[in-house]
Structures are given as C-alpha cells and as structure tokens.
Design a protein around this ligand. Structure first.
Ligand code: BES
Ligand code: MN
Ligand code: ZN
Length: 501
C-alpha cells in the first residue's frame, strides 16, 4: 500500500472509495452536507432509508453515479463526539479499508474528522496506522480461499476546510505518514511473531528473525545460548528452559543514536515460546493459546525496527529471554531451589510462574551488563492481571513516578489502554521461603501484584517499569484495527516513549 496526503476539496478527490466520518445526526455535518449536495441528495436519501444516525457501528455506502469523481462514497458513524479521541481514527481507517476491500477498491481516500491544527499530523499518523493494521491478516498457512488485499493507494485528506498548508505543516504531515507506516509495520511484525505456531517459532527461530531485523536496520545483535547463560549464572532462566530440547536464547539488540545518547534504556521481553505450565501443568483449555506467551519478546524486538527507522536520542537495548516451559525427564520441579544471576536463591512452588524467573535473570543481565538509566519490561505475566483489568487493558507497575508519568503520557497519545496497579508492600511476605531467599509465587489474591513484587526484587533501585500484557497481547475477536490473534499491543507506546523528537 502507498500512503499519501491529499488536499481537498472533497468534491474533486478521484478515488474508488471516499470515506467521511460523522458524529451523530449526519444532516448537521458540514462535510456530509457538501457531498450530499454534490450527489443531488442521494446520500441523504440512502442514509435516511437505512436509519443512519452516525452511531459508531453504522455506515452507509453509495455509488456516486458519476456525480463525483469518487466512485463510491462511504459515510461512517463515529459515535458521540465527546467519546471520540484522536487515536480512534485508527478504527475509522480500519473500517474504511474493510469497506474498500469488500468493494475491491484499489484507491481509497479518507477524510480526517476536524482536528485541532496541532493534532492534524497525529491524525494522519493514526489513519495510516489504522489502514495498515486493519488490513493485516495472518494468511501464511492458508492454502485455500486466501483473501487478497486489493487496496494499492490510501490517501488521507486533512485540509478540506482551509485548503492551504504552510511548508512546516506539510513537513509535519509527511513525517506523520512515515511515522504511521513505521509503527504499523512494527505492530504487524509483532503480530506475525505471536501468530506463528510455537512449533515453528522456537527460541532459535526468533533469534534468526532478530538477526534479520538487525541486518536490515543496522542494529547490533548478540545472541546468548545455553553455554553463555550458564557462564553468567542465569539459573532461573535456564531452569525454565531445561525441560525442552530447544536451546534457550537470550537475544540482545542494540540501537545507538548517531551522536552521544541522551540516556540508555533497556526493554525486556518475556519470550516463553510455549507455556505448558511445566509440572504445575495447565489444563488443556488454558494451554491452548500459550504460543502467545512470547508477546513481550515480540513487541520489544519488533519495536526496534520503528525506533531505528524513526531515530531516537536514546541508546535502546531490546533484551528478549526466549525459551520453552515444557515437561520432560529434565524439566525443573516443584521445590527445586534455583540461583539467580545475582546470587538470590529462589524456591519453586509453582513451575507455571515461569515468566518472572526468565525476566528476573534478564533484568539482572540488563542492570549489570548494560547499566541502563531505565528498565521497562513487557510480559504476558499473569492471568490475575486479566481478571483485574479485562482483555483490553495492560497493568503497569513501577516504583519510578517519573517513568510512570512519561509512560502514561505516551500511552494516552497512542490510545493504548493501560492502568497502574500498586506494588503493595504488605504482599511481600507472601514471597518468603522457609528454605531459600524467596519463593516464586504468593497466594492467589493479588497475583499480578506479587508477580510485580518478585520482579521488583531484581530491579533493585534501578528506575523500572513493568507492563503486564496478558490481556491485550492477544485478541479473541476482531475489534477496530485489531484482528483476532496477536495484537502487537505496546509497540505504539514503546515507539512513542522513545522515538519522539
Ligand atoms: N503465561 C501465563 C500468564 C497468562 C495467563 C498469560 C493467561 C496470558 C493469558 C503465566 O506464565 C502463568 O502461568 N501465570 C500464572 C501464575 C500463577 C501460577 C501464580 C497464572 O496467571 O495463573
Ligand atoms: Mn506460566
Ligand atoms: Zn507464562
């Protein structure tokens, strides 16, 4: 798909499909009125016939019958104006490309809803993201009836009202087109990583994928195998991996800015390529989707392509701890006592709480080898977080108020749902062991928080922020620009956090 910015007036836009959005009653919308007039009232008649009231679930499509250069017109309801936030434009664009695909359109144009001038470029970015993310399909394994993507050109019209753009506005819009494309490409790559079956996407395979990314984007890469991790004393990570014949891989990608970096940031991702639960075996229904337990690794690795394309003032390290949590004659057992890379001993009271073990060693690795100014980790860590926040919202835990503020500023701009959860000190005694320094799980209630507290032990006093993605990493059904399966959730916010100005 090719993306461009188009200038109005709408009545002169040539395309197979021209989409406009309206809030509520269409007859009060000036853009609707203008194209209705151009179609000699056809649009209004059809809208009335179909009881179109501008609700977010509604749309009307008509053929313009040569009254306009655009072949088809689509009016999409955007719901209540007060509930609409700029990132909702992604969903609007995704709905538009879906209509375009149905019509077999090659050339689609979308009119941005009126946005304050300062956010117009953001609107262009969201529209491109929505178009790309909305067209995403994981068709690699379909041998029959593979639906084709017909759309070749996607135009965003942002200047219907005032026509002229200053040179600075044009530059901002071109940058926004490129930004939207880079973010969406990274999101789609993360989705691919998650959607691949675990039988294909092994630790070695994702390490190969990371090498390809490094080559393409000029990143430094280091992949540590079992030997290297043993030498570093990563007893927790290796214990999780020891039940599988697949070699664990600790993947470390580095982006360095051209000049002196403003700071060093480590992004850590949970890469449990399949989580059977180990000897604390999951029931089949809970295990069914556990190829997605590497979504944290997928998003930190995939984000690096957008960070490299857009440039960041920070030196960014993506560290993905990749292994499989399986059962076998060599798997780790309950009441095993492991030694973490920093010497902490950990008694295992549940082998299904494996993510925190892999991340704990990865956090120590980052602290001691990279010495970053900030650590962020991304993990499908607990079912408890999904119980607390539902399937669309990530849980965020941190002891750095400064990071929390900046992270939530970025998340608000990208529209990704995040909610802070506390690192409740009173739950800490639950992680006490009679035999070792710690045990790996607490009691049932507050399970997302005790997982966070476990990680916090290894972060020590480093500025650190933990994102539990267990809910939003995978979608059970299509919604907006998201298809069923891996979502690429958090990529947009990571890029916004690190690659802005
Ligand atoms: N990978 C799971 C968490 C998960 C659950 C992700 C559902 C996505 C959807 C994690 O390794 C796990 O098994 N956590 C346990 C922790 C418990 C044993 C303390 C859980 O949530 O039940
Ligand atoms: Mn588990
Ligand atoms: Zn897991």
């Amino acid at each position: 798909m090719q993306y461009r910015h188009l200038k109005g007036p709408l009545q002169e836009i040539k395309s197979d499909l021209l989409a406009v959005g309206v809030f509520g009653d269409p007859t009060r919308d000036t853009v609707f009125k203008a194209i209705n007039k151009a179609t000699e009232g056809l649009l209004k008649t059809v809208a009335r016939e179909q009881c179109f009231a501008g609700k977010a679930s509604q749309s009307v499509v008509v053929r313009s019958e040569s009254m306009l250069p655009a072949k088809h017109l689509a009016v999409l309801g955007l719901g209540e104006k007060s509930a609409f936030v700029p990132p909702s434009i992604r969903d609007f664009a995704a709905r538009t490309v879906a209509i375009g695909q149905r019509l077999g359109a090659h050339n689609v144009a979308l009119t941005l809803p009126p946005l304050a001038l300062s956010r117009r470029a953001d609107g262009v970015q969201y529209a491109v993201e929505g178009a790309v993310m909305g067209s995403y399909r994981f068709n690699k394994y379909r041998t029959q009836e593979e639906p084709k993507n017909t759309i070749k050109r996607f135009g965003v019209i942002s200047s219907a009202a005032d026509g002229k753009l200053t040179a600075a506005q044009s530059r901002a819009i071109n940058a926004a087109l490129a930004r939207g494309e880079a973010v969406a490409e990274a999101v789609c790559r993360a989705r691919d990583f998650v959607n691949e079956p675990a039988g294909y996407m092994t630790p070695s395979r994702i390490a190969e994928e990371a090498k390809n990314l490094a080559k393409k984007h000029n990143l430094k890469i280091k992949v540590l195998g079992r030997r290297e991790c043993e030498r570093l004393g990563m007893g927790m990570f290796l214990a999780v991996a020891q039940g599988s014949i697949e070699e664990p891989k600790l993947i470390h990608l580095t982006y360095s800015p051209p000049g002196k970096p403003a700071s060093k940031v480590a992004l850590i991702g949970k890469g449990v390529m399949f989580d059977s639960g180990g000897y604390s075996l999951k029931p089949s229904s809970a295990m069914e989707d556990m190829k997605m337990d590497m979504a944290g690794a997928a998003v930190v690795l995939a984000s690096m392509s957008a960070i490299a394309t857009l440039g960041s003032k920070h030196e960014v390290h993506a560290i993905a701890a990749c292994c499989e949590n399986l059962i076998s004659g060599s798997a780790f057992k309950l009441r095993d006592i492991l030694t973490a890379m920093d010497g902490t001993t950990v008694e295992i009271n549940n082998t299904d709480a494996e993510g925190r073990l892999t991340l704990g060693d990865a956090i120590i690795y980052a602290r001691t080898k990279v010495k970053p100014d900030q650590i962020l980790d991304f993990a499908t860590l607990t079912g408890a977080c999904v119980i607390a926040l539902g399937p669309y919202t990530a849980g965020v835990m941190s002891h750095s108020e400064d990071m929390v503020k900046r992270w939530f500023d970025a998340a608000e701009r990208t529209g990704e749902d995040m909610w802070r959860l506390p690192l409740t000190e009173r739950l800490k005694p639950q992680l006490k062991s009679h035999l070792a320094d710690m045990r790996n799980t607490g009691e049932r209630w507050g399970g997302a928080l005790t997982a966070g507290l476990f990680l916090q032990h290894f972060a020590g006093d480093s500025p650190w922020l933990h994102v539990d993605l267990a809910g939003p990493a995978m979608a059970a059904r299509n919604h907006g620009a998201v298809q069923r399966g891996g979502t690429g959730f958090a990529v947009a916010t990571i890029v916004e956090y690190l690659a802005r100005d």
